[in-house]
Design a protein around this ligand. Structure first.
Ligand SMILES: *[C@@H]1O[C@H](CO)[C@@H](O)[C@H](O)[C@H]1NC(C)=O
Ligand SMILES: *[C@@H]1O[C@H](CO)[C@@H](O)[C@H](O)[C@H]1NC(C)=O
Ligand SMILES: *[C@@H]1O[C@H](CO)[C@@H](O)[C@H](O)[C@H]1NC(C)=O
Ligand SMILES: *[C@@H]1O[C@H](CO)[C@@H](O)[C@H](O)[C@H]1NC(C)=O
Ligand SMILES: *[C@@H]1O[C@H](CO)[C@@H](O)[C@H](O)[C@H]1NC(C)=O
Length: 456
């Protein structure tokens, strides 16, 4: 009997190389090579999964955003990514934003009892925003562009050249919020994300027939840090919409289109609990029966018996009955562009000033908006008619609080939209002297706003 070690010795250092032994060597050699190859392949696959796939996911929205709107929405990871909720948080403030429309879908801040309330209107299911665009197109929480609000007749002229873009409202009389497929319906690409901030980017290569290319970044961030602008360290949302005109002169005016519900739908509407203050707005832009600016600038203390005077805080419902015709023919409510005049002390015309204060006595939540923009469009949800359900998550929160789940639907006057932007349709009212056309030689176009939440 030879001990097993002797077999190994004979095997490794054979006295003679037989064909059988050669075959055994070949077998081991091939096995080792195969093993190594699989390992290396796997390794590179793992690398791809770690680095490549998230990059692909990020790239997917922009790839899809150039596809036709009629493309049926496919399910699967790429299209899901457009509705992925990016959550950003700081103490006492949590926001969710999705790439589809660079859209704020939820914002939680404490009410006077320290209970969190969602103060923005929208849907719990992010995919529902696609359905909304296809039906009512409310623009809930979206970033709108390339040019917010209405462009008369869908036309404008730059350096003597007339441009015509598709009119998507009032049977062809104007273009609203960028046209049939505005920035609200685009799948923005996520280009940065941290615990407290997220940035979306959109390259607009002549969408909706606007001239030239424009790249825009929309950054949302939250914080409760004490600063000169936020001495109490209140929960604050900051939005930065930064656009660059890349190739041709074009109108640019992006805006947030957030619907606020500071009473968290605990009341059927905002008329009797929510106050609005526009401390710097003594003038507003007059509109016709379809809300196209007439070119007239009106005074808040005379027009509509003072119904637009919000220089002091006033309940939204206080004078609303006097506004018939203000939000369009036969319409009662506010859908108006107030001009923000900076007192001389503020000097720079684009200095950041607090220009809107909204507060609900029901929840005790207040909102102060500061912005570099020259005007504020306020819309009191006159067009809502109780066909859109409120968020179930909100109803649950309300029920847990006092047994009453609150308004089941978004009612007429059930919310308030605040759009910080420039003077609407300034491109068709050159007499106002607004600077709304930007070319490749111009600096970045910045719409900056802070939304600060307090309780009282
Ligand atoms: C955005 O993505 C959704 C889902 O993938 C898709 O249905 C929609 O058409 C896209 N929007 C645009 C403008 O391509
Ligand atoms: C967060 O909110 C609670 C309840 O309103 C409050 O007591 C607390 O001081 C807040 N935290 C900060 C850092 O402001
Ligand atoms: C309105 O737009 C049409 C093109 O649709 C153009 O022919 C017409 O001149 C425009 N009218 C005004 C007043 O700009
Ligand atoms: C409610 O509003 C929607 C969207 O604007 C509209 O299509 C619908 O006809 C309205 N319903 C009623 C009953 O007014
Ligand atoms: C949109 O409007 C229609 C009526 O035109 C209504 O039936 C529907 O519920 C509305 N809301 C949503 C979210 O679809």
């Amino acid at each position: 009997m030879r001990p097993p070690l002797n077999y190994l010795r004979t095997f490794l250092c054979p006295a003679r190389i037989t064909p059988r032994l050669l075959a055994v060597y070949c077998f081991f050699f091939l096995t080792a090579i195969t093993f190594l190859a699989v390992r290396m392949h796997l390794k590179s696959y793992v690398t791809a999964a770690l680095y490549g796939i998230p990059a692909l996911v990020n790239a997917a929205p922009s790839a899809a955003s150039t596809s036709q709107p009629s493309t049926p929405s496919s399910s699967g990871p790429a299209s899901d990514a457009h509705f992925h909720e990016y959550t950003i948080k700081a103490e006492n403030i949590t926001a969710k934003i999705i790439p589809y429309g660079a859209r704020l879908t939820s914002l939680l801040v404490p009410d006077r009892d320290g209970d969190f309330q969602d103060v923005v209107v929208g849907y719990d299911d992010p995919k529902y925003y696609l359905h909304d665009s296809e039906t009512n197109r409310t623009f809930f929480g979206a970033t709108v562009g390339r040019y917010a609000n209405r462009i008369k007749n869908g036309t404008f002229s730059i350096d003597g050249h007339d441009y015509h873009i598709p009119e998507n409202e009032n049977g062809g009389k104007d273009t609203l919020h960028g046209g049939f497929i505005g920035y609200d319906m685009r799948n923005w690409t996520v280009t940065a994300h941290s615990d407290a901030s997220v940035t979306f980017t959109l390259l607009d290569q002549g969408f909706e027939n606007f001239p030239g290319d424009v790249i825009s970044h929309a950054t949302f961030s939250v914080s409760t840090e004490r600063s000169a602008e936020n001495p109490k360290g209140l929960p604050q949302l900051t939005t930065k919409l930064v656009s660059l005109s890349l190739t041709e002169k074009t109108p640019i005016m992006l805006a947030n289109h957030i619907y606020w519900s500071l009473n968290a739908f605990q009341n059927e509407n905002v008329l009797k609990d929510t106050t609005l203050q526009l401390p710097l707005s003594k003038r507003f832009i007059g509109g016709d029966s379809i809300l196209i600016p007439t070119g007239e600038i009106l005074d808040v203390d005379t027009a509509f018996e003072g119904a637009l005077d919000f220089t002091e805080a006033k309940l939204i419902g206080k004078d609303i009955e006097k506004t018939t015709g203000l939000c369009g023919g036969g319409c009662t409510g506010y859908d108006t562009c107030w001009i923000t005049d900076r007192p001389a002390a503020y000097s720079a015309s684009d200095s950041v000033v607090p220009s809107v204060r909204l507060a609900s006595d029901k929840t005790g939540i207040s909102l102060d908006v500061a912005t570099n923009q020259g005007a504020i469009q306020i819309y009191t949800c006159n067009g809502q008619n109780g066909t859109i359900a409120t968020k179930e998550s909100q109803a649950k929160r309300n029920k847990a609080k006092d047994g009453n789940s609150g308004a089941t639907h978004v009612n007429k006057y059930g919310c308030v939209v605040i759009e910080t932007e420039d003077w609407i349709d300034g491109i068709n009212n050159p007499q106002w002297g607004r600077d709304q056309i930007f070319g490749p030689d111009d600096g970045p176009v910045v719409n900056f706003a802070t939304y600060q939440f307090g309780t009282f």
